[in-house]
Design a protein around this ligand. Structure first.
Ligand code: NAP
Length: 309
């Protein structure tokens, strides 16, 4: 039987792995289909402390993985959990057809960016289509260029405001004529001279006149049906996140949107099950906060195991 199984290999999961491995708990890390998590979908990470010149997202995750392995963590690449039985100890997980038994589980399954679902969006990801202004906004390709942000919530407003530091102009494309964002954020956004709202509009296609590089977006006004195009060097999609927690629904307490609710520290309502990172964080969603929660979950799991003896 295992002592610790960690579901997910982003910042939260790998930090939990480093801590539990150093505590000689020989954790198993199930990477899921995206080893390294969301950070591997961005290019340079400039806000993770300790890297003066920034670090490539994939490289940062490789370093964390090797650090965890150095202390004895066992990484199972591509492994996904098919089903769980947390109704009694030991906890059981079916992974790639195999049943694993463990005393503790750390859920660090992350969250995905909600996508528009366009073919051209997928094709141009990392080539001007991005889901994180704090990660990518300062890249040279976006400097002094017109940019488009999609969404009307706090994230979209925050991203639009942030991008005005670099862009020549930011178009905020929203499907209604009222922002969902908090009042103060909405007011600040609409008062910013560099931000132009484009109401009742939906992006129907991302354009790449120069091959493999975003050059604009096609819009449709959802009131008049009118179609138009907007030149831009980047499309920042900020239409919310989707926590990867479906597997735990009905077992582990979560809110209506599917974010797992820790009860005490990083412990969930199920004895021996802990949580960390974006699957339980709808507010901060930063690499460094996920890493911090991974550390806390590992310490909580270690103390829980010690309490069983
Ligand atoms: P959100 O509040 O759920 O807003 C998502 C926005 O995207 C909404 O305006 C929504 O339009 C739009 N949208 C959703 N699906 C869409 C689609 N398929 N096509 C086009 N538009 C779509 O998400 P969020 O902005 O990421 O915020 C999540 C939570 O974090 C919120 O509680 C927020 O307050 C919080 N947050 C806080 C801060 C802060 O305080 N500094 C910063 C960021 C986030 P509709 O409005 O029409 O539904």
């Amino acid at each position: 039987m295992e002592k610790v199984i960690i579901i997910g290999s982003g910042c939260a999961g790998l930090t939990a792995a480093i801590y539990t491995a150093r505590a000689n708990l020989e954790p198993i890390v199930l990477t899921g289909v995206m080893p390294g998590g969301l950070l591997t979908t961005t290019s340079i990470v400039e806000n993770y402390p300790g890297f003066v010149k920034g670090i490539d997202g994939t490289e940062l995750m490789m370093e964390m993985q090797q650090q965890a392995e150095r202390f004895g963590a066992k990484i199972r690449f591509g492994s996904t959990v098919e089903s769980i039985d947390f109704s009694r100890q030991p906890l059981r997980l079916t992974v790639d057809g195999e049943e694993l038994e463990t005393q503790t589980v750390i859920i660090a399954s992350g969250a995905g960016h909600r996508h528009l679902g366009l073919e051209s969006e997928a094709k141009l990801e990392k080539k001007g289509v991005t889901y994180c202004a704090t990660c990518d906004g300062a890249l040279p390709m976006f400097r002094e260029q017109p940019l488009v942000v999609v969404g009307g919530g706090d994230s979209a407003c925050e991203e639009a405001n942030y991008l005005t530091r670099f862009a020549s102009k930011v178009y905020l494309v929203h499907r209604r004529d009222e922002l969902r964002a908090s009042k103060i954020m909405a007011e600040r956004t609409l008062a910013n001279d560099k931000i132009e709202p484009v109401w009742y509009s939906e992006v129907t296609e991302v354009l790449d006149v120069e091959q493999d590089k975003v050059t604009g977006v096609k819009l449709r006004n959802n009131q008049s049906g009118e179609e138009s195009a907007l030149d831009c060097a980047g499309l920042f999609i900020a239409i919310g996140h989707v926590p990867n927690t479906e597997l735990f629904r009905g077992v582990v307490d979560m809110d209506d949107a599917g974010y797992i609710l820790p009860q005490c520290g990083q412990a969930t309502n199920v004895a021996g099950v802990f949580v960390a990172g974006d699957c339980s964080d709808r507010v901060y969603r930063q690499a460094i906060t996920a890493a911090g929660q991974g550390c806390a979950a590992a310490i909580d799991a270690e103390r829980y195991l010690a309490s069983l003896n």
